[in-house]
Design a protein around this ligand. Structure first.
Ligand code: GLY
Length: 391
């Protein structure tokens, strides 16, 4: 009994189930809403505020406390975020969902390649940023920040074990980018860019990353069966979208952009599908009319997300208050929402969903909300065509 308890604690501490290597497992997920069976939940351990670099210069607001404050995040905030991440993982396990956890590496290490060097890494809380699951494949994204170049290493123990266990699993990695200065626009390096200027640039699709080489973060991609909806913005360029198009020849890949967002990084606080035919859009970042046609032509309803409950993001946070809509759909009738986001919870409740409240706000600064912190391994269902009328 004591031995069994020890094994269980060790298994929970490492994030693996007992005898995980002997358990049957399968990688497969085609969309954001089918019943979730197996997921990765990130960790906050060792998370750093990286030094500024060209991509981050375009992201961290001029008045942010994070400017000039690189290094390990305060340990009490790391402990608190880990407590919330562990509780979230336990909540999912109690609902019968298998949960795995990444293995943090030493993020204080500099990232040096023949093309660049930067003072530290970031962390491994937002698994969604790195890993894109499309059917039986998990693809490691190129990423577009230098500090995130080696982040995939935190997921390699899991991906290797999936590869050993599931003979149909395809472990893929997109070409590692050079990330030299040619990848970033110099005009974003100024300290004096107004929000108005940023809004004009993003509306004109003048983003911080250039078209030097394919770049994408996995969190810019929404999976809707045969269709992949990809945000063109700071972290994903047109060549990255073209790379995805060639890599997934059986899919239709649609580039979208959202004027109104001064920092267009990752689609999941902007455009959130809830079930086939229903998607929430951030009302401050509306999808342009010409891009809405695909949805209306196929009977999809795009609704405004409810307003956030907070006026400010938590301290030392990269994300906006719109993490309110960064929800994790467990199945088309069940959704996890951050506990303090009462307006978002109320909207989803009125849409007929069971809302599971998850306390998570103190983890936001480590890389985002409930959707950001997770990556799908297995959902039920197959690759359906939700947009048969392509126009
Ligand atoms: N891009 C995530 C946010 O709105 O904060």
């Amino acid at each position: 009994m004591t031995k069994m308890k020890t094994d269980l604690s060790a298994a929970l501490a490492t994030g693996f189930h007992m005898n995980a290597d002997k358990m049957q497992m399968k990688v497969c997920s085609w969309n954001e809403w089918d019943p979730l069976r197996h997921v990765i939940v990130g960790r906050a351990t060792g998370c750093h505020i990286p030094p500024l670099e060209p991509a981050l210069d375009g992201k961290v607001p001029e008045d942010s406390e994070m400017r000039g404050r690189p290094g390990l995040r305060p340990q009490n905030t790391i402990d608190r975020a880990n407590e919330l991440l562990d509780s979230f993982a336990e909540l999912l396990r109690r609902r019968g969902i298998r949960v795995d956890r990444p293995t943090p590496i030493d993020f204080s290490q500099a990232v040096t390649t023949p093309d660049f060097s930067t003072g530290s890494m970031f962390g491994c809380m937002p698994a969604r940023d790195i890993l894109l699951t499309v059917g039986q494949e998990i693809l490691e994204a190129t990423m577009s920040y230098r500090c995130r170049w080696f982040e995939y290493l935190c997921y390699r123990p899991l991906l290797q074990s999936y590869w050993e266990q599931d003979p149909e699993f395809r472990h893929e990695s997109a070409p590692k980018p050079r990330l030299n200065d040619a990848d970033y626009r110099r005009d974003y390096l100024s300290d004096r860019i107004t929000v108005q200027q940023r809004l004009q640039w993003t509306a004109e699709k003048h983003f911080v990353t250039t078209e030097e080489e394919p770049l994408f973060d996995a969190a810019d991609i929404l999976r809707c069966g045969r269709d992949l909806i990809v945000q063109h913005g700071f972290t994903t360029n047109l060549k990255g979208i073209e790379w995805l198009r060639r890599h997934f020849p059986d899919h239709r890949v649609h580039a979208v952009n959202f004027p109104g967002d001064p920092y267009p990084i990752h689609i999941d606080a902007t455009f959130t599908p809830l079930r086939p035919g229903l998607i929430m859009n951030n009302p401050q970042r509306r999808l342009p009319d010409d891009q809405r046609e695909l949805f209306s032509r196929n009977g999809w309803e795009i609704i405004d997300a409810a307003p956030p409950a907070h006026n400010e993001p938590p301290p030392l946070c990269y994300s906006s208050v719109w993490l309110s809509m960064n929800v994790l759909v467990l199945d088309p009738k069940t959704v996890c929402v951050e506990k303090s986001e009462v307006y978002q919870a109320d909207q989803l409740d009125k849409l007929g969903m069971e809302v599971i409240e998850v306390e998570f706000r103190d983890a936001y600064a480590f890389g985002g909300g409930l959707h950001c912190a997770t990556a799908d391994v297995l959902r039920d269902g197959g690759c359906e065509d939700y947009f048969p009328k392509q126009g």
